[in-house]
Design a binder for this molecule. Structure first.
Ligand SMILES: *Cc1c(COP(=O)(O)O)cnc(C)c1O
Length: 222
């Protein structure tokens, strides 16, 4: 199947769900992004600053660029002028830096908190307790150039469907709790970014509003 056929098939899968497709174009060339763009896709995800910046510079300006990977504080300045949504914020220090660079660029940058839900050592993210501490901290009031619009989570990389489902469900329950409990000038929890090529069907059943799909659109990565 071609990239455009894959985009069309995802569009029809998502039509009757609240979820949006983030086409994860990391490692793929600009031409692959353009092929998806010509099918009408506008939201693209990248996991590295050094890859998202040149793509932003060369590709159409109405693309919404999502940074989905871990972000280092010292690299925020390169994406602050244009990034649409940062999916993987997992410290107050990083939020503060995004706020600072948002201010310099005269914009409010939307972010998701990355929550740790997997049964794996290597994944980044906040625990639920850490996320609640962050959402209730007074220091958040001093960050007018960020807006926390939701959460992101990655399930364990396993064939065990029921385990993946439980992890997504736990995140969705926590999201629903926080959404009704925590509201502020810079907190409006609406998005739940969960699901990738291997587990998006489960994520959709468990309430995802953004699926991040790479290989099922663009093909296997090297
Ligand atoms: C690469 C990546 C994806 C997409 O992975 P696929 O398995 O190719 O769909 C989703 N989310 C994150 C954070 C990624 O780094």
């Amino acid at each position: 199947m071609s990239i455009s056929e894959n985009i069309r098939s995802f569009s029809s899968v998502l039509k009757n769900t609240p979820a949006q497709l983030i086409a994860v174009s990391k490692t793929y060339p600009a031409e692959a992004v353009l092929e998806a763009y010509q099918t009408g896709q506008r939201a693209f995800g990248e996991n590295k600053v050094q890859e998202i910046v040149p793509k932003y510079e060369t590709l159409p300006k109405d693309i919404q660029w999502h940074l989905i990977g871990h972000l280092q504080t010292n690299k925020v300045k390169y994406i602050a002028p244009f990034v649409h949504l940062i999916h993987a914020v997992d410290s107050f220090k990083l939020l503060k830096e995004i706020n600072k660079e948002g201010g310099k660029n005269n914009r409010v940058i939307q972010v998701l908190l990355q929550l740790y839900i997997a049964d794996e050592e290597t994944k980044f993210g906040l625990t639920f307790e850490e996320a609640e501490a962050l959402l209730t901290s007074d220091a958040l009031n001093e960050l007018p150039h960020i807006k926390i619009t939701g959460f992101m989570g990655m399930a364990t990389n396993t064939e065990a469907e029921e385990k993946i489902r439980q992890e997504f469900r736990r995140l969705k329950n926590f999201f629903d709790h926080c959404r009704t409990t925590y509201q502020a000038e810079n907190i409006a929890l609406q998005e739940l970014s969960m699901g990738m090529s291997s587990d998006y069907t489960i994520a959709l059943e468990e309430g995802s509003t953004m699926v991040r799909i790479g290989s099922r659109i663009f093909g296997k990565r090297n």
